[in-house]
Design a protein around this ligand. Structure first.
Ligand code: F6P
Length: 322
């Protein structure tokens, strides 16, 4: 009998529960025992391991967050912490570990793999910055949450003839900002991947008014050099010359909450199932992701050492469509 464990780590993402459920149920289907690790890698160090039955993961597919809890563990970044984690896994007779998470989490998976423990990663982060998956669990839901906010802001912006800045999450990656700008019909978008002059943004907004628009909306990625705070400061300093009022909304963690979309539930179910398939094949040290419509595996070594590129043709498209 094989015994595996699953954990969620780093920032939570809507759909993590669906992935846990898929790992548990497909693991049991294969005749294995499945355990859950609470509170990510820190829980692994602290021995927070519980058995999970098919019923324990009932009624969670539609819930955001993660029933196992998540954490960012400093201790796990040390070799001593990683060895403690492996000791816990060995004490519980666990033969393989599934790690559902993003970049930081998969760096942890890779460390365990290098210490000889069989690990399979599952691509999950709202940032969509993980190499080895075209799209990751949580992105679609986060995007839809951002979009709902943008649509609402546009309504009030039109009533008052005001300009709005909306800052979205994404760490150092502009994917969420760019996609919400395209889908939300924003007048401008600011992302970390493209250097921008705040004056150029101001002029875009002015041109939007001149073209007869009643609103002007800029989507800003939190990781951009000029994020919402930086741009707002610039606009404040030049308020008289520019001649318009600006309001700032920072979406922050709101974007990570809420029920997963149908897309995220299905993606998470497929990737969770892909993880137990990989373990069954004896293929560990890999990330299970989704590339060109297929569930795929990519070596963790490549995942943690490669930056996922952002398709900048979409940035040009956003400019043309504004
Ligand atoms: O990686 C997901 C993410 O939500 C990023 O977009 C954001 O920068 C970060 O996590 C926030 O981290 P925390 O939840 O630890 O504040």
């Amino acid at each position: 009998m094989k015994r595996i464990a699953v954990l969620t780590s780093g920032g939570d993402a809507p759909g993590m529960n669906a992935a846990i459920r898929a790992v548990v149920r497909t693991g049991i289907y294969r005749g294995w025992e499945v355990y859950g690790v609470q509170l990510g890698y820190q829980g692994l160090i602290d021995g927070k391991i519980i058995p999970l039955s098919a019923r324990d993961v009932g009624g969670i597919i539609q819930r955001g967050g993660t029933i196992l809890g998540s954490a960012r563990s400093l201790e796990f970044k040390t070799k001593a912490g990683q060895l403690k984690a492996i000791r816990t896994l060995n004490q519980h007779g666990i033969e393989a570990l599934v790690v559902i998470g993003g970049n930081g989490s998969q760096t942890g998976s890779y460390a365990l793999h290098n210490l000889g423990f069989p690990v399979v990663g599952v691509a999950s982060t709202i940032d969509n910055d993980l190499y080895g998956s075209d799209i990751t669990i949580g992105v679609d839901t986060a995007l839809n949450i951002a979009l709902e906010a943008i649509d609402r802001l546009k309504t009030t912006a039109s009533s008052h003839q005001r300009a709005f800045l909306v800052e979205v999450m994404g760490r150092d990656c502009g994917y969420l900002a760019l996609m919400s700008a395209i889908a939300g019909g924003a007048e401008a978008v600011v992302i970390p991947e493209v250097e921008v002059d705040p004056e150029e943004i101001a002029q875009r907004l002015i041109r939007a008014y001149e073209r007869g628009k009643a609103h002007a909306l800029v989507v800003v990625a939190e990781g951009a050099r000029y994020n919402a705070e930086g741009l707002a400061e610039y606009f404040k300093q030049h308020h008289e010359r520019l001649g318009f009022d600006l309001r700032v909304t920072i979406l922050g963690h709101v974007q990570r909450g809420g029920n997963p979309s149908a897309y995220d539930r299905i993606l998470a179910s497929r990737l969770g199932a892909g993880a137990t398939e990989a373990i069954e094949r004896g293929e560990t040290g890999v990330l299970v992701g989704f590339i060109r419509g297929e569930v795929t595996t990519t070596p963790l070594e490549q995942v943690v050492n490669t930056k996922k590129p952002l398709d900048l043709r979409l940035f040009e498209l956003a400019k043309v469509l504004d």
